[in-house]
Design a protein around this ligand. Structure first.
Ligand SMILES: *Cc1c(COP(=O)(O)O)cnc(C)c1O
Length: 509
């Protein structure tokens, strides 16, 4: 017998496995008790922190955090009791998180989360189902598929459409452009990229989008082997996409011997919350044989708003759509979806692994979702929006979206009327871009510097996390007003704080 066999059969082996048990969730009553006790302890820390945190951030500097982390030996030989460890975790992490629940957390599409989705996270983590194959996630597979089917219906697609969950907008945009590229090659050159790699014509492929499209369009082009230079950015009119500019660009590229393969429209630009005329853009793209992808990472949630869903009119004409649940759907990270109009398109990425999704499974009606994902092991994230929407209902959810848009509109009005501020443009969702204007005449540089300083001062003091961006090369500030619990008065207070900080900066320089 070899060493290993001896080890596994030694007399005190049950003592050994017993000693492992307390580290896992298992069928013993001690385990159940410990799990409840520890989750209670954590729940206590979390709710205490959220209810007592006065600021959006503790204000700890990067250096102070590094010092605090240095107290931990990263890979200790001996373990620490979890109760103690959780206390340390509270002091280091829980107390120094950005509070996504705080009204002054406004920089990004970074959302507070629904309680229903937090209970879903507990279930997802505890049962650890994996969505790649049915034998790792039977009920979860069926729920995800049912949710995806209805998601397609909600956006107006028929039953030729299908969807999959992704890690977020980045992955969904990547999948859209991956299918666009592979479809174009198959259609026009009878060339299977999955098998043969890029066709000779690929160096002429062009992906079109507006200048304010998300950077992941360029990132996707790069990963897809087309190169970032394959992305042609089209000028907008007051940040909005124009159909005529799309057509002009297609003609111009063709005249140069280049091959436009896809157009990406952004339903809700990250910075300005702008949505183009999706239906008209779709018709133009299709008229010229382009794949039409809608990046609705930001604006996708408007579909549940009776007041604002008209802004997504025509979205069902898309060949593919990005939806991001960890933004305006208030889900914990990560949670996104990718919809494709023709489910056959998933064939471009289908692979079979004998161990995972053997073709024989299909005969039994067993659904292994791995074939439509570029991930293998995958979380059961679908449970989060499923439980949330079951709990809240689409009507109440729609009211939340309506409220945030109304808030952003009313704050935009205030900014427009206040001589200390300049509004960049009117948003169609809830991102508001503006800048502080110090009194008197100042150079562009001085105004840029004071705006950048305001943003950093507020972050490092923990008072507010606000966004920054640039418009025509000038520094601007941004509020992403996606928190439906935020009242107008707290934003007014923050604007006053911004003025005070701006004034102080001007006096100091
Ligand atoms: C946030 C965002 C993305 C990227 O999505 P992630 O979920 O961060 O990967 C893509 N497009 C738009 C318009 C976005 O706002």
């Amino acid at each position: 017998m070899n060493q290993n066999t001896l080890y596994a059969e030694s007399a005190n082996i049950s003592e050994l496995t017993e000693s492992f048990k307390k580290f896992f969730l298992n069928d013993s009553s001690e385990s159940a008790l410990q799990y409840r006790k520890l989750t209670n302890q954590v729940a206590g820390y979390i709710s205490e922190q959220i209810s007592t945190q006065k600021q959006a951030y503790s204000g700890k500097s990067p250096q102070a955090l590094t010092t605090q982390i240095a107290d931990f030996e990263m890979f200790p030989k001996d373990g620490t009791p979890l109760e103690t460890l959780l206390e340390h975790t509270r002091d280091l992490i829980i107390n120094n998180n950005i509070s996504v629940y705080h009204p002054n957390c406004l920089a990004h599409l970074h959302c507070p989360t629904f309680v229903a989705s937090l209970t879903a996270e507990m279930i997802i983590a505890a049962f650890n189902q994996s969505m790649d194959s049915w034998d790792q996630a039977p009920a979860a597979t069926m729920i995800e598929q049912a949710f995806c089917n209805e998601l397609c219906r909600v956006y107006g697609f028929d039953n030729q459409a299908d969807a999959t969950f992704t890690g977020g907008g980045t992955m969904s945009n990547f999948m859209g452009l991956l299918l666009a590229r592979d479809h174009f090659s198959q259609q026009h050159y009878n060339w299977n990229i999955q098998k043969k790699g890029l066709p000779p014509e690929a160096s002429k492929f062009r992906i079109l989008c507006a200048e304010f499209a998300h950077f992941t369009v360029a990132q996707s082009a790069s990963i897809l082997g087309l190169g970032e230079n394959a992305v042609v950015k089209i000028k907008t009119n007051d940040f909005e996409e124009e159909v005529s500019a799309l057509e002009d660009t297609i003609f111009k590229l063709r005249a140069e011997g280049l091959i436009p393969i896809a157009y990406v429209t952004t339903a809700g630009t990250t910075d300005f919350g702008k949505i183009g005329q999706i239906g008209n853009l779709a018709e133009m793209a299709h008229q010229h044989g382009l794949w039409f992808h809608v990046d609705a990472a930001f604006g996708g949630a408007l579909i549940f708003s009776e007041k604002h869903k008209y802004k997504l009119a025509g979205i069902h004409q898309a060949d593919s759509v990005t939806v991001d649940f960890h933004k305006l759907f208030y889900q914990p990270i990560s949670c996104g979806a990718f919809i494709v109009k023709n489910k056959q398109s998933f064939e471009y990425i289908r692979l079979h692994a004998d161990y995972l999704n053997p073709e024989s499974n299909e005969a039994f009606g067993i659904l292994d979702l791995v074939y439509k994902s570029i991930q293998t092991t995958r979380r059961f994230d679908a449970l989060k929006p499923f439980l949330s929407l079951q709990h809240i209902g689409t009507e109440k959810f729609g009211e939340m979206i309506d409220y945030t848009i109304a808030l952003a509109t009313s704050i935009s009005d205030l900014l427009e009327a206040d001589p200390h501020f300049e509004l960049a443009t009117r948003t169609q969702i809830n991102a508001v871009v503006f800048r502080y204007l110090p009194e008197g005449e100042h150079s562009v540089q001085v105004i840029d510097d004071v705006n950048n300083a305001i943003k950093t001062q507020l972050l490092l003091s923990g008072k507010a996390i606000i966004g920054q961006t640039s418009v025509n090369g000038k520094a601007y500030l941004k509020f992403t007003l996606l928190n439906p619990m935020t009242e107008k008065s707290s934003i007014i207070d923050l604007l006053e704080e911004i003025k005070r900080t701006g004034l102080k900066e001007m006096l100091n320089n």
